[in-house]
Design a protein around this ligand. Structure first.
Ligand code: PGA
Length: 254
């Protein structure tokens, strides 16, 4: 397992005003001396990337985007390419978030986007997760297919920039009480690593980080990081305010 921990704030459309984004980034920066062993990144909506990048410039904190285009350029109204994101100061991007998949993004789109991010040298946070779990264990096949489909043809040399965020849909946007329990997460993390090893090889696996997302809050972060066998979290609603986000980062300190 990678030694450093990672906490990524997925702002979704919670933070909208440039001023609020700037204040948040500055506050985070002021506290960053206390982030021992934890890499922290913020993923604002596209228009806020430059403001956050500017506020974090010269620090170790990173800024990323919530999605990217599968295309490089051309007639693609509304799309934003990997190179454009880099030019705005982004060093990372979320790929295949369930809220994008719900808007029609397919496994094939996710694979294309993941490779596009890798080719551009962006860190890619690949999201996977099942809609539901029942006793029949169908989620195992679902996750295996979702992950192996996304990783087909992924360049092994980019494994160090690949992060897999396991986000079960049934746990997203709820409360700590509805989130996954550490023991279940540990089992799923083992499954994810096996699929990554099958797809990219054991050597690459050692460089891939596995994160958890889905109602991570200050209340459940300590138990999930202690017992979940993950390197950190992709945080949604608890990243919309500085205080809860900071508590989660601190819970991940080494
Ligand atoms: P949540 O969202 O923390 O609000 O559940 C996580 C995510 O969707 O990335």
């Amino acid at each position: 397992m990678r030694k450093r921990r990672l906490v990524i704030g997925n702002w979704k459309m919670y933070l909208k005003a440039p001023r609020a984004a700037k204040e948040f980034a500055r506050a985070l920066r002021r506290h960053s001396a206390a982030f021992a062993g934890v890499d922290v990144a913020l993923m604002p909506p596209f228009p806020l990337i430059p403001v956050v990048a500017e506020a974090l410039r010269g620090s170790k904190l990173e800024v990323g985007a919530q999605t990217l285009s599968a295309y490089e350029d051309g007639a693609h109204t509304g799309e934003v390419s990997a190179e454009m994101l880099k030019a705005l100061g982004a060093s990372a991007v979320i790929v295949g978030h369930s809220e994008r998949r719900a808007e029609g993004e397919t496994n094939d789109d996710v694979r294309e986007k993941l490779q596009r991010a890798a080719r551009a040298g962006l860190k890619a946070v690949l999201c996977i997760g099942e809609k539901e779990r029942d006793a029949s264990g169908d989620y195992v096949g679902f996750l295996t297919e979702q992950l192996s489909s996304a990783l087909a043809g992924f360049p092994k040399a980019s494994a160090g920039k690949l992060l897999i965020a396991y986000e079960p849909l049934w746990a997203i946007g709820k409360t700590a009480a509805d989130a996954m329990k550490p023991a279940e997460l540990r089992e799923t993390s083992i499954l994810i690593r096996k699929v990554v090893a099958d797809a990219l090889g054991r050597e690459a696996l050692a460089r891939v980080a596995v994160l958890y997302g889905g109602s991570v809050e200050p209340e459940n972060a300590p138990a999930l990081i202690a017992g979940g066998d993950v390197s950190g979290f992709l945080v949604g609603h608890s990243s919309a305010d500085v205080e809860p986000f900071l508590s989660i980062v601190k819970a991940c300190r080494l």
